[in-house]
Design a protein around this ligand. Sequence first.
Ligand SMILES: [Fe+2]
Ligand SMILES: [Fe+2]
Length: 167
Amino acid sequence: MAKETKTLDTLFHDTLKDVYFAENKIVATLPKMHDAAQSKQLKDAFSKHLAETKVHVQRLEEVFKIISKKPEQKTCDAIMGIIKEGSGVMKEYEGTPALDAGLLSAAQAVEHYEMSRYGTLRTWALELGMKDAAKLLQTTLDEEQATDIALTSIATKVVNQNAEKAA
Ligand SMILES: [Fe+2]
Ligand SMILES: [Fe+2]
């Protein structure tokens, strides 16, 4: 039996569903990370990124619209794994000086995952001739990168020092 022909637009649609699942999971997870964080700077960073992430969900819905599909989620094992590791850190390091460092590392893993997905989707959108979709995806990619940089700055300034001080 001949295999169904799968083209780049099928792959684009599938990956869009994967990232849509991931962003929705992140919206559900960031409040828990905010509550667990000890430093105010880190709490503020999580709050800010929660607001941005809600917009990321909306932008993906706009991209679904551009390809005339309804927004749909497809389980993303990668983000489930990253979030599971983050929950493990929250439990294992609860009440310890290293907790924030652990939360930062989990959050940066999430950002890097998102950056890789958005970079890919943006490139595919351009290849498929969808400039408006590429622009939306690039805007989110820029915000993920800015968040990653902000988290690095918090890590070097505050959290890692605290973890070391208490050692
Ligand atoms: Fe995002
Ligand atoms: Fe993000």
